[in-house]
Ligand binder design. Structure first.
Ligand code: SAH
Ligand code: SF4
Length: 434
Protein backbone atom coordinates (compact mmCIF):
# COMPACT_ATOMS: atom_id res chain seq x y z
CA UNK A 1 0.00 0.00 0.00
CA UNK A 2 2.82 2.36 0.87
CA UNK A 3 4.64 1.51 -2.36
CA UNK A 4 1.50 2.35 -4.32
CA UNK A 5 1.15 5.66 -2.44
CA UNK A 6 4.82 6.47 -3.15
CA UNK A 7 4.30 5.81 -6.85
CA UNK A 8 1.31 8.17 -6.89
CA UNK A 9 3.28 10.90 -5.09
CA UNK A 10 6.16 10.46 -7.54
CA UNK A 11 3.67 10.74 -10.43
CA UNK A 12 2.24 14.01 -9.11
CA UNK A 13 5.74 15.42 -8.58
CA UNK A 14 6.91 14.49 -12.06
CA UNK A 15 3.88 16.22 -13.52
CA UNK A 16 4.79 19.30 -11.50
CA UNK A 17 8.26 19.27 -13.08
CA UNK A 18 10.31 17.51 -10.40
CA UNK A 19 12.70 14.72 -11.33
CA UNK A 20 14.11 11.93 -9.24
CA UNK A 21 17.57 12.47 -7.68
CA UNK A 22 19.90 9.50 -7.52
CA UNK A 23 21.43 10.53 -4.18
CA UNK A 24 19.55 11.94 -1.20
CA UNK A 25 22.38 14.48 -0.85
CA UNK A 26 21.50 15.97 -4.28
CA UNK A 27 17.78 16.32 -3.59
CA UNK A 28 15.90 19.56 -2.92
CA UNK A 29 12.95 17.65 -1.51
CA UNK A 30 13.22 14.54 0.64
CA UNK A 31 10.04 12.61 1.38
CA UNK A 32 9.82 9.82 3.91
CA UNK A 33 6.72 7.76 3.23
CA UNK A 34 6.30 6.12 6.59
CA UNK A 35 4.66 3.08 8.21
CA UNK A 36 3.50 2.91 11.82
CA UNK A 37 2.07 -0.60 11.90
CA UNK A 38 4.72 -1.56 14.46
CA UNK A 39 6.96 0.49 16.69
CA UNK A 40 10.13 -0.63 14.89
CA UNK A 41 8.97 0.84 11.57
CA UNK A 42 8.19 4.11 13.32
CA UNK A 43 11.57 4.33 15.07
CA UNK A 44 13.41 3.92 11.74
CA UNK A 45 11.81 7.14 10.55
CA UNK A 46 13.06 9.15 13.51
CA UNK A 47 16.63 8.02 13.06
CA UNK A 48 16.58 8.80 9.33
CA UNK A 49 14.96 12.18 9.96
CA UNK A 50 17.55 13.12 12.55
CA UNK A 51 20.29 12.92 9.92
CA UNK A 52 18.45 15.03 7.35
CA UNK A 53 17.42 17.61 9.96
CA UNK A 54 21.06 18.08 10.85
CA UNK A 55 21.96 18.54 7.18
CA UNK A 56 19.21 21.08 6.80
CA UNK A 57 20.44 23.09 9.79
CA UNK A 58 23.93 23.15 8.31
CA UNK A 59 22.92 24.18 4.79
CA UNK A 60 19.60 25.93 5.39
CA UNK A 61 19.28 26.61 1.64
CA UNK A 62 16.30 25.11 -0.10
CA UNK A 63 16.13 21.55 1.22
CA UNK A 64 12.51 20.64 1.94
CA UNK A 65 11.81 17.82 4.37
CA UNK A 66 8.54 15.92 4.18
CA UNK A 67 7.06 13.13 6.30
CA UNK A 68 4.17 11.37 4.56
CA UNK A 69 2.21 8.22 5.41
CA UNK A 70 0.95 6.73 8.64
CA UNK A 71 3.51 8.14 11.10
CA UNK A 72 2.55 11.59 9.80
CA UNK A 73 -1.16 10.82 10.25
CA UNK A 74 -0.59 9.42 13.72
CA UNK A 75 1.62 12.22 15.05
CA UNK A 76 0.33 15.26 13.12
CA UNK A 77 1.61 18.60 14.40
CA UNK A 78 3.47 16.83 17.23
CA UNK A 79 6.02 15.82 14.59
CA UNK A 80 6.84 19.49 13.94
CA UNK A 81 7.54 19.96 17.61
CA UNK A 82 9.78 16.91 17.65
CA UNK A 83 11.57 17.77 14.37
CA UNK A 84 11.12 21.51 13.81
CA UNK A 85 13.16 21.33 10.57
CA UNK A 86 10.19 19.63 8.87
CA UNK A 87 8.33 21.53 6.15
CA UNK A 88 5.40 19.21 5.51
CA UNK A 89 3.62 16.49 7.48
CA UNK A 90 1.00 14.73 5.36
CA UNK A 91 -1.22 11.69 6.02
CA UNK A 92 -1.70 8.95 3.44
CA UNK A 93 -5.03 10.36 2.20
CA UNK A 94 -3.24 13.44 0.99
CA UNK A 95 -0.83 11.59 -1.34
CA UNK A 96 -2.56 12.92 -4.49
CA UNK A 97 -2.26 16.49 -3.13
CA UNK A 98 1.49 16.54 -2.58
CA UNK A 99 2.02 19.04 -5.43
CA UNK A 100 -0.26 21.73 -4.01
CA UNK A 101 0.99 21.08 -0.46
CA UNK A 102 4.58 21.72 -1.60
CA UNK A 103 3.40 24.94 -3.25
CA UNK A 104 2.15 26.06 0.16
CA UNK A 105 5.57 25.21 1.58
CA UNK A 106 7.13 27.37 -1.17
CA UNK A 107 5.16 30.31 0.23
CA UNK A 108 7.07 29.84 3.46
CA UNK A 109 4.59 27.86 5.54
CA UNK A 110 5.13 24.72 7.61
CA UNK A 111 2.19 22.60 6.53
CA UNK A 112 0.33 19.83 8.37
CA UNK A 113 -2.24 17.92 6.27
CA UNK A 114 -3.60 15.04 8.29
CA UNK A 115 -7.32 15.75 8.51
CA UNK A 116 -9.63 13.09 7.02
CA UNK A 117 -10.64 13.99 3.47
CA UNK A 118 -12.44 12.39 0.58
CA UNK A 119 -9.66 11.05 -1.60
CA UNK A 120 -9.96 12.68 -5.00
CA UNK A 121 -10.35 10.24 -7.90
CA UNK A 122 -6.79 9.59 -8.94
CA UNK A 123 -6.01 12.30 -11.41
CA UNK A 124 -2.38 11.52 -10.83
CA UNK A 125 -0.70 8.98 -13.09
CA UNK A 126 1.60 7.03 -10.79
CA UNK A 127 5.27 6.79 -11.71
CA UNK A 128 5.38 3.01 -11.51
CA UNK A 129 8.57 1.18 -10.59
CA UNK A 130 7.71 -1.84 -12.74
CA UNK A 131 6.75 -1.79 -16.42
CA UNK A 132 4.99 -5.16 -16.12
CA UNK A 133 3.13 -5.34 -12.90
CA UNK A 134 1.04 -2.52 -11.43
CA UNK A 135 -0.68 -1.78 -8.14
CA UNK A 136 -4.22 -0.49 -8.49
CA UNK A 137 -5.87 0.92 -5.37
CA UNK A 138 -9.52 -0.04 -5.36
CA UNK A 139 -10.49 0.80 -1.77
CA UNK A 140 -8.79 3.15 0.69
CA UNK A 141 -9.06 3.02 4.49
CA UNK A 142 -10.50 0.46 6.89
CA UNK A 143 -13.79 0.24 8.81
CA UNK A 144 -12.69 -2.55 11.18
CA UNK A 145 -11.53 -1.86 14.69
CA UNK A 146 -9.05 -4.63 15.43
CA UNK A 147 -7.94 -3.84 18.95
CA UNK A 148 -4.21 -3.95 18.13
CA UNK A 149 -4.21 -1.93 14.94
CA UNK A 150 -3.37 1.69 14.17
CA UNK A 151 -4.57 1.63 10.54
CA UNK A 152 -8.15 2.87 11.06
CA UNK A 153 -6.69 5.89 12.89
CA UNK A 154 -4.14 6.66 10.20
CA UNK A 155 -5.90 5.71 6.97
CA UNK A 156 -9.45 6.57 7.98
CA UNK A 157 -12.74 5.05 6.86
CA UNK A 158 -13.32 2.97 3.76
CA UNK A 159 -13.62 4.78 0.44
CA UNK A 160 -14.23 2.56 -2.58
CA UNK A 161 -13.17 4.00 -5.91
CA UNK A 162 -15.75 4.09 -8.70
CA UNK A 163 -15.82 0.82 -10.69
CA UNK A 164 -15.52 2.64 -14.01
CA UNK A 165 -12.49 4.64 -12.87
CA UNK A 166 -10.79 1.39 -11.84
CA UNK A 167 -11.69 -0.20 -15.18
CA UNK A 168 -10.31 2.79 -17.10
CA UNK A 169 -7.05 2.62 -15.16
CA UNK A 170 -6.66 -1.11 -15.88
CA UNK A 171 -7.51 -0.69 -19.58
CA UNK A 172 -4.84 2.01 -19.82
CA UNK A 173 -2.33 -0.27 -18.10
CA UNK A 174 -3.07 -3.08 -20.55
CA UNK A 175 -2.59 -0.68 -23.44
CA UNK A 176 0.71 0.55 -21.99
CA UNK A 177 2.09 -3.02 -21.94
CA UNK A 178 1.46 -4.03 -18.33
CA UNK A 179 0.78 -7.75 -17.93
CA UNK A 180 -0.29 -8.04 -14.33
CA UNK A 181 -2.31 -5.95 -11.90
CA UNK A 182 -2.73 -6.31 -8.15
CA UNK A 183 -5.93 -4.78 -6.81
CA UNK A 184 -5.18 -3.19 -3.45
CA UNK A 185 -7.09 -2.43 -0.29
CA UNK A 186 -6.62 -2.87 3.45
CA UNK A 187 -9.63 -5.17 3.17
CA UNK A 188 -9.96 -5.42 -0.56
CA UNK A 189 -12.86 -7.88 -0.37
CA UNK A 190 -14.93 -5.28 1.53
CA UNK A 191 -14.96 -3.26 -1.71
CA UNK A 192 -18.26 -1.57 -2.54
CA UNK A 193 -19.79 -1.45 0.95
CA UNK A 194 -19.82 2.33 0.83
CA UNK A 195 -21.07 2.63 -2.76
CA UNK A 196 -24.77 3.47 -3.10
CA UNK A 197 -27.51 1.31 -4.62
CA UNK A 198 -28.59 -2.34 -4.77
CA UNK A 199 -27.91 -5.08 -7.33
CA UNK A 200 -30.17 -5.00 -10.40
CA UNK A 201 -30.96 -8.73 -10.10
CA UNK A 202 -33.19 -8.17 -7.07
CA UNK A 203 -30.96 -10.43 -4.94
CA UNK A 204 -30.78 -7.80 -2.21
CA UNK A 205 -27.01 -7.57 -2.63
CA UNK A 206 -25.28 -4.22 -2.79
CA UNK A 207 -24.83 -2.64 -6.19
CA UNK A 208 -21.11 -3.48 -6.16
CA UNK A 209 -19.19 -6.19 -4.38
CA UNK A 210 -15.56 -7.11 -4.89
CA UNK A 211 -16.66 -10.12 -6.95
CA UNK A 212 -18.65 -7.80 -9.25
CA UNK A 213 -15.56 -5.64 -9.63
CA UNK A 214 -13.49 -8.66 -10.74
CA UNK A 215 -16.06 -9.43 -13.44
CA UNK A 216 -16.06 -5.75 -14.42
CA UNK A 217 -12.31 -5.52 -15.07
CA UNK A 218 -11.41 -9.08 -16.04
CA UNK A 219 -11.52 -8.67 -19.83
CA UNK A 220 -8.92 -5.83 -20.02
CA UNK A 221 -6.87 -6.55 -23.18
CA UNK A 222 -3.16 -7.15 -22.56
CA UNK A 223 -3.59 -7.90 -18.84
CA UNK A 224 -2.77 -11.58 -18.34
CA UNK A 225 -2.91 -11.91 -14.58
CA UNK A 226 -4.97 -10.35 -11.81
CA UNK A 227 -4.15 -10.61 -8.11
CA UNK A 228 -5.55 -8.86 -5.08
CA UNK A 229 -4.51 -8.11 -1.49
CA UNK A 230 -5.32 -8.02 1.37
CA UNK A 231 -8.40 -10.13 2.02
CA UNK A 232 -10.25 -10.05 5.32
CA UNK A 233 -11.79 -13.42 6.25
CA UNK A 234 -15.09 -11.75 7.15
CA UNK A 235 -15.74 -10.67 3.58
CA UNK A 236 -14.24 -13.65 1.77
CA UNK A 237 -17.36 -15.16 0.23
CA UNK A 238 -18.02 -18.43 -1.56
CA UNK A 239 -19.05 -16.33 -4.55
CA UNK A 240 -15.62 -14.68 -4.59
CA UNK A 241 -13.90 -18.07 -4.47
CA UNK A 242 -16.01 -19.32 -7.38
CA UNK A 243 -15.21 -16.21 -9.43
CA UNK A 244 -11.48 -16.76 -8.82
CA UNK A 245 -11.80 -20.38 -9.93
CA UNK A 246 -13.79 -19.50 -13.06
CA UNK A 247 -12.12 -16.33 -14.36
CA UNK A 248 -8.93 -17.42 -16.17
CA UNK A 249 -6.82 -14.34 -15.38
CA UNK A 250 -7.40 -14.61 -11.63
CA UNK A 251 -4.25 -16.07 -10.09
CA UNK A 252 -4.60 -18.95 -7.64
CA UNK A 253 -2.90 -16.95 -4.90
CA UNK A 254 -4.72 -15.69 -1.80
CA UNK A 255 -3.43 -13.55 1.02
CA UNK A 256 -5.89 -13.95 3.89
CA UNK A 257 -4.48 -12.92 7.29
CA UNK A 258 -5.72 -14.97 10.24
CA UNK A 259 -3.74 -13.28 13.06
CA UNK A 260 -4.37 -16.08 15.59
CA UNK A 261 -5.66 -19.65 15.70
CA UNK A 262 -7.33 -19.22 19.09
CA UNK A 263 -10.98 -18.21 19.26
CA UNK A 264 -10.69 -16.23 22.52
CA UNK A 265 -7.74 -14.25 21.21
CA UNK A 266 -9.58 -13.66 17.93
CA UNK A 267 -12.52 -12.30 19.93
CA UNK A 268 -10.27 -10.02 21.96
CA UNK A 269 -8.70 -8.83 18.72
CA UNK A 270 -12.26 -8.12 17.49
CA UNK A 271 -11.59 -9.98 14.25
CA UNK A 272 -15.16 -11.23 13.89
CA UNK A 273 -14.44 -14.84 12.84
CA UNK A 274 -13.34 -18.10 14.42
CA UNK A 275 -10.62 -20.65 13.72
CA UNK A 276 -13.33 -22.91 12.27
CA UNK A 277 -14.72 -20.25 9.96
CA UNK A 278 -11.24 -19.44 8.71
CA UNK A 279 -10.70 -23.13 7.99
CA UNK A 280 -13.95 -23.27 6.01
CA UNK A 281 -12.60 -20.51 3.76
CA UNK A 282 -9.26 -22.19 3.11
CA UNK A 283 -10.97 -25.59 2.62
CA UNK A 284 -13.28 -24.05 0.06
CA UNK A 285 -10.37 -22.38 -1.77
CA UNK A 286 -8.62 -25.75 -1.97
CA UNK A 287 -11.81 -27.52 -3.07
CA UNK A 288 -12.16 -25.18 -6.03
CA UNK A 289 -8.43 -24.73 -6.67
CA UNK A 290 -6.50 -27.64 -5.15
CA UNK A 291 -3.20 -26.10 -6.12
CA UNK A 292 -3.84 -22.62 -4.73
CA UNK A 293 -1.20 -20.79 -2.72
CA UNK A 294 -2.54 -19.39 0.50
CA UNK A 295 -0.62 -16.92 2.63
CA UNK A 296 -1.52 -15.08 5.80
CA UNK A 297 -0.40 -12.79 8.61
CA UNK A 298 -0.10 -13.84 12.24
CA UNK A 299 0.60 -11.99 15.48
CA UNK A 300 2.19 -13.73 18.48
CA UNK A 301 2.20 -12.44 22.03
CA UNK A 302 -1.08 -10.55 21.85
CA UNK A 303 -1.98 -9.41 25.42
CA UNK A 304 -2.93 -12.39 27.60
CA UNK A 305 -1.86 -15.01 25.04
CA UNK A 306 -1.17 -18.29 26.89
CA UNK A 307 1.12 -21.05 25.70
CA UNK A 308 -1.94 -23.08 24.73
CA UNK A 309 -3.41 -20.20 22.72
CA UNK A 310 -0.10 -19.74 20.93
CA UNK A 311 -0.14 -23.48 20.13
CA UNK A 312 -3.53 -23.01 18.46
CA UNK A 313 -1.87 -20.57 16.02
CA UNK A 314 0.89 -23.10 15.27
CA UNK A 315 -1.79 -25.73 14.76
CA UNK A 316 -3.68 -23.57 12.27
CA UNK A 317 -0.47 -23.03 10.28
CA UNK A 318 0.08 -26.80 10.08
CA UNK A 319 -3.57 -27.61 9.28
CA UNK A 320 -3.87 -25.11 6.42
CA UNK A 321 -0.42 -25.67 4.96
CA UNK A 322 0.41 -22.07 4.11
CA UNK A 323 2.81 -21.18 1.33
CA UNK A 324 3.90 -18.19 3.39
CA UNK A 325 3.00 -16.45 6.65
CA UNK A 326 4.10 -12.94 7.61
CA UNK A 327 4.64 -13.21 11.33
CA UNK A 328 5.05 -10.45 13.90
CA UNK A 329 5.39 -10.04 17.63
CA UNK A 330 2.55 -7.92 18.99
CA UNK A 331 3.63 -4.28 19.20
CA UNK A 332 1.53 -1.92 21.37
CA UNK A 333 0.40 1.03 19.24
CA UNK A 334 -0.71 4.51 20.35
CA UNK A 335 -4.47 5.04 20.73
CA UNK A 336 -5.37 1.37 20.29
CA UNK A 337 -7.35 -0.52 22.96
CA UNK A 338 -5.03 -3.52 23.43
CA UNK A 339 -2.05 -1.27 24.18
CA UNK A 340 -3.80 -0.16 27.39
CA UNK A 341 -4.46 -3.64 28.76
CA UNK A 342 -2.48 -4.77 31.79
CA UNK A 343 -1.88 -8.34 30.60
CA UNK A 344 0.97 -7.61 28.17
CA UNK A 345 3.24 -10.54 27.29
CA UNK A 346 6.95 -10.12 28.14
CA UNK A 347 9.19 -9.22 25.19
CA UNK A 348 11.43 -12.25 25.65
CA UNK A 349 8.47 -14.59 25.54
CA UNK A 350 7.11 -12.86 22.43
CA UNK A 351 10.49 -13.32 20.71
CA UNK A 352 10.63 -16.96 21.72
CA UNK A 353 7.16 -17.60 20.28
CA UNK A 354 8.01 -15.67 17.14
CA UNK A 355 11.09 -17.86 16.57
CA UNK A 356 9.14 -21.03 17.20
CA UNK A 357 6.32 -20.01 14.86
CA UNK A 358 8.79 -18.97 12.15
CA UNK A 359 10.41 -22.40 12.25
CA UNK A 360 7.02 -24.05 11.72
CA UNK A 361 6.08 -21.58 8.97
CA UNK A 362 9.32 -22.32 7.08
CA UNK A 363 8.91 -26.09 7.45
CA UNK A 364 5.32 -25.96 6.20
CA UNK A 365 6.25 -23.67 3.28
CA UNK A 366 9.08 -25.97 2.23
CA UNK A 367 6.79 -28.98 2.39
CA UNK A 368 4.09 -27.19 0.35
CA UNK A 369 6.66 -26.15 -2.26
CA UNK A 370 7.37 -29.83 -3.04
CA UNK A 371 4.13 -30.01 -5.01
CA UNK A 372 5.78 -28.06 -7.81
CA UNK A 373 8.65 -30.51 -8.39
CA UNK A 374 8.42 -32.19 -11.77
CA UNK A 375 5.76 -29.80 -13.05
CA UNK A 376 5.67 -27.21 -15.83
CA UNK A 377 4.64 -23.78 -14.53
CA UNK A 378 3.65 -20.59 -16.35
CA UNK A 379 6.17 -17.88 -15.42
CA UNK A 380 5.91 -14.16 -16.12
CA UNK A 381 9.55 -13.15 -16.66
CA UNK A 382 10.59 -10.07 -14.66
CA UNK A 383 14.20 -9.86 -15.89
CA UNK A 384 17.69 -11.21 -15.21
CA UNK A 385 18.48 -12.59 -11.77
CA UNK A 386 20.69 -9.76 -10.44
CA UNK A 387 22.63 -12.27 -8.33
CA UNK A 388 23.41 -14.98 -10.91
CA UNK A 389 24.64 -14.18 -14.43
CA UNK A 390 22.84 -16.06 -17.20
CA UNK A 391 19.81 -16.72 -15.03
CA UNK A 392 16.34 -15.25 -15.53
CA UNK A 393 13.70 -14.74 -12.87
CA UNK A 394 9.97 -14.37 -12.79
CA UNK A 395 6.87 -15.32 -10.89
CA UNK A 396 4.42 -18.18 -11.15
CA UNK A 397 0.68 -17.59 -10.88
CA UNK A 398 1.08 -18.77 -7.26
CA UNK A 399 3.34 -15.78 -6.63
CA UNK A 400 6.42 -17.97 -6.18
CA UNK A 401 9.75 -16.65 -7.44
CA UNK A 402 11.06 -18.91 -10.21
CA UNK A 403 14.66 -18.99 -11.48
CA UNK A 404 15.82 -20.63 -14.73
CA UNK A 405 18.74 -20.43 -17.19
CA UNK A 406 18.00 -17.91 -19.89
CA UNK A 407 18.33 -14.34 -21.12
CA UNK A 408 16.20 -12.51 -18.57
CA UNK A 409 16.66 -9.21 -20.37
CA UNK A 410 15.32 -10.44 -23.72
CA UNK A 411 12.50 -12.44 -22.11
CA UNK A 412 11.23 -9.65 -19.82
CA UNK A 413 7.45 -9.48 -20.01
CA UNK A 414 7.08 -12.89 -21.69
CA UNK A 415 5.02 -15.73 -20.29
CA UNK A 416 7.21 -18.81 -20.53
CA UNK A 417 6.87 -22.39 -19.31
CA UNK A 418 9.43 -23.58 -16.77
CA UNK A 419 9.81 -27.21 -15.75
CA UNK A 420 10.55 -27.18 -12.03
CA UNK A 421 13.20 -29.57 -10.75
CA UNK A 422 14.32 -28.04 -7.43
CA UNK A 423 12.50 -26.06 -4.74
CA UNK A 424 13.23 -23.99 -1.66
CA UNK A 425 10.52 -22.81 0.70
CA UNK A 426 10.04 -19.51 -1.15
CA UNK A 427 11.63 -20.03 -4.57
CA UNK A 428 11.60 -22.56 -7.37
CA UNK A 429 14.29 -23.54 -9.88
CA UNK A 430 13.96 -25.20 -13.26
CA UNK A 431 14.52 -25.06 -17.02
CA UNK A 432 12.52 -23.44 -19.74
CA UNK A 433 10.55 -25.78 -22.00
CA UNK A 434 8.76 -25.09 -25.27
N1 SAH B 1 -6.04 -5.13 6.76
C1 SAH B 1 -5.24 -6.28 6.78
C2 SAH B 1 -3.86 -6.07 7.34
C3 SAH B 1 -3.28 -4.73 7.51
S1 SAH B 1 -1.95 -4.53 8.61
C4 SAH B 1 -5.95 -7.32 7.62
O1 SAH B 1 -6.74 -7.01 8.47
O2 SAH B 1 -5.64 -8.46 7.48
C5 SAH B 1 -0.80 -5.77 8.14
C6 SAH B 1 -0.46 -6.74 9.24
O3 SAH B 1 0.27 -6.13 10.25
C7 SAH B 1 -1.66 -7.33 9.95
O4 SAH B 1 -2.24 -8.38 9.25
C8 SAH B 1 -1.08 -7.78 11.27
O5 SAH B 1 -0.64 -9.12 11.22
C9 SAH B 1 0.14 -6.86 11.45
N2 SAH B 1 -0.10 -5.93 12.56
C10 SAH B 1 -1.01 -4.94 12.62
N3 SAH B 1 -0.94 -4.30 13.83
C11 SAH B 1 0.03 -4.93 14.53
C12 SAH B 1 0.56 -4.74 15.84
N4 SAH B 1 0.11 -3.80 16.66
N5 SAH B 1 1.57 -5.56 16.24
C13 SAH B 1 2.04 -6.53 15.42
N6 SAH B 1 1.57 -6.75 14.18
C14 SAH B 1 0.57 -5.96 13.73
FE1 SF4 C 1 -5.96 -3.13 10.91
FE2 SF4 C 1 -7.93 -4.86 11.35
FE3 SF4 C 1 -8.25 -2.85 9.59
FE4 SF4 C 1 -6.62 -4.89 9.02
S1 SF4 C 1 -8.84 -5.02 9.34
S2 SF4 C 1 -6.18 -2.72 8.74
S3 SF4 C 1 -5.74 -5.37 10.99
S4 SF4 C 1 -8.00 -2.66 11.79
Amino acid sequence: MNLADSERMAGVLEEAGYSCATEASDANVIIYNTCSIRDKAEQKVYSALGKQAKRKRQHMGDLKLVVAGCVAAQEGAALLRRVPELDLVMGPHHANRIGELLEQVDLGAQVVAVEPVMIPEDIAVPRRDSALSAWVNVIHGCNERCTYCVVPNTRGVEQSRAPDAIRREILALGEAGYREVTLLGQNVDAYGRDLPGAAADGSGRRAWTFTDLLHHVHDAPGIRRIRFATSHPRYFTERLIRACAELPKMCEFFHVPFQSGDNDILRQMKRGYTHQRYRRITDSIRRHMPDASISGDAIVGFPGETEEQFEATCELVREVGFDRVNTAAYSPRPATPAAEWDNQVADLLKMDRLNRLNRIVNEVAEERAQRFIGRPLEVLVEGPNPKVAGQAMGRSRHNKLVFFDGDGGALTGELVTVFVDRVHAYSLFGRRVA
